[in-house]
Design a binder for this molecule. Structure first.
Ligand code: ADP
Length: 479
């Protein structure tokens, strides 16, 4: 049974030994449960002994034997027996100390009468001493009640001895010496016995509540350890994943750099041939230029992503006209698309004077370029269309192609850094897999988001938003 103690230190009344209210209730309950068995044994013994001493009455003072037997067998023993029997009822726990007090006084009262009647007989004086020791030490009466009962018995004896039996004063004094001493010793002993019972109770309660606390702390600790372990495992997995991706990225990167490098070196070697036609020379120089441009692209991407990762990428926000940018991109890429035998189309859905937003012009240019370049790269026939729509407080751009499409399970991964660099990726074509992650980072820096809708083998549409945040320009400003 564990109950929390009301006070952290043992607080008790120095005279009655009582605890504060809540602890006292608990203690009394436990004291009763601890005592009831011993009390019953003690009571049975007291009853037997009280009865057995009747034998001495008949042998030593036959003239009083009848009176004494009446006291013993018709008065004291019946009362003690009733108390004993009551101990088997539920009510007993509430009143047991009072009943024990009455029993103590009853037994003392009986012997007092006997001592009064035969004051010179030491057997009854000794009987009184036995009653005191039984009352104080044996029957589990608590200190406070035992003291009351002990001194009440003493008073009864003295009153009877003085006013009724006229006991000779020397005997009265003599008996009082012993009876008072017995009471005092009994009091001290009972006080100590009860004090240590209470202390025991207090300490075991304290131990229990501390055990509970420790258990709780332990439980919490286990929870924390579990959480930390999970976090660590996650962090480790994350670190391993990053490490794996970075190694794969590096491997792919060196491949990507080596290809154009080999191109440059290879065609430079070829250029050394003395009898090349002018046409051949032009062709090789073109290849070298293309390879150089490809390498520059890759290096730029790496620099950009490093800047983004390091948080060094700065924004230069100004008013800019999106219609103009879209048209520029269209004009720039039209020849390349047409060279692949496809169609390129664009749609501006705002009149020029309303097509202004506050954004970073260069970043937006990079975003548009990247998405168109991807559309061209991953489309072999059909058409590519791009443009924007005005939505509530934002502009939604789209890039629609009829290309190879992206499987559903890859549609989120393509925006991740280095993901494309994963050499296990079958989709990996030419390119470092950084374009979309740079694009996504730029869009997010500018306050928008990007997503893709795509069907494998049919085509993809990339969408992204930017805040529509500029006042419409006056007519005169727009050329
Ligand atoms: P990469 O340099 O590989 O093109 P990106 O980050 O630009 O790197 O793109 C990541 C991947 O997303 C591409 O490798 C490709 O698999 C897929 N992807 C991007 N755009 C398209 C598109 N328009 N159609 C189909 N797949 C695309």
């Amino acid at each position: 049974m564990t109950q929390e103690l009301a006070s952290p230190v043992m607080v008790y009344n120095k005279i009655t030994l009582a605890f504060l209210e809540k602890d006292e209730k608990l203690f009394r309950k436990e004291y009763f449960l601890d005592s009831v068995f011993q009390f019953r044994i003690a009571f049975v013994l007291v009853i037997i002994l009280y009865g057995a001493f009747g034998y001495l009455d008949s042998r030593m003072i036959p003239e009083y034997a009848y009176t004494f037997h009446v006291i013993r067998y018709l008065f004291v023993i019946p009362i003690l027996s009733i108390v004993f029997l009551l101990s088997f009822t539920r009510l007993f726990r509430k009143v047991w100390q009072v009943l024990l007090l009455i029993s103590f006084i009853t037994a003392g009262f009986g012997i007092s009468i006997m001592t009064m009647l035969v004051p010179e007989n030491y057997a009854y004086y000794a009987g009184m001493m036995l009653i005191f020791s039984a009352g104080y030490f044996f029957i589990k009466l608590r200190f406070f009640f035992a003291t009351i009962a002990g001194f009440a018995t003493l008073l009864i004896y003295n009153a009877g001895a003085i006013f009724y039996a006229h006991t000779p004063s020397i005997l009265l004094i003599n008996n009082n010496f012993f009876f008072i001493s017995a009471n005092l010793i009994g009091m001290f002993a009972a006080y100590n016995i009860e004090y240590y019972a209470r202390r025991n109770f207090f300490l075991s309660q304290k131990l229990d509540s501390e055990k509970l606390l420790v258990l709780e702390v332990n439980k919490n600790l286990e929870k924390i350890v579990d959480e930390r372990t999970k976090e660590l495992v996650n962090a480790k997995e994350h670190a391993e994943e990053s490490d794996r991706l970075k190694s794969a990225f590096l491997a792919n990167m060196s491949h990507e750099i080596r290809t154009p490098m080999n191109g440059i070196l290879g065609f430079s070697e070829l250029l050394k041939e003395p009898d090349l036609t002018g046409e051949q020379q032009q062709e090789y120089i073109l290849m070298i230029e293309k390879s150089g441009a490809r390498m520059l692209n890759i290096i730029n991407d790496i620099i950009d992503i490093s800047k983004i990762e390091a948080g060094l990428m700065k924004l230069d926000i100004r008013e800019s006209n999106i219609n103009e940018q879209i048209e520029y991109i269209y004009t720039f890429f039209k020849p390349e698309v047409e060279a692949k035998g496809m169609k390129l189309a664009f749609k501006n859905n705002l009149p020029a004077k309303e097509a202004f937003i506050k954004t970073d012009r260069e970043k937006l240019y990079a975003i548009l370029t990247n998405l168109v370049k991807n559309a061209i790269k991953y489309t072999n026939k059909g058409s590519i269309e791009f443009g924007y729509f005005k939505k509530v407080e934002m502009i939604e751009f789209y890039f629609k192609d009829t290309g190879i499409g992206i499987p559903k399970d890859r549609q989120e991964a393509i925006f991740e850094r280095f993901i494309q660099a994963d050499i296990a990726d079958k989709q990996a074509r030419q390119g470092a897999g950084l374009g979309l992650s740079i694009t996504k980072a730029y869009i997010e820096m500018l306050g928008g988001k990007i997503w893709v809708e795509s069907q494998d083998g049919i085509g993809s549409t990339f969408y992204f938003t930017l805040p529509y945040n500029a006042e419409p320009m006056k007519e005169s400003v727009v050329q």
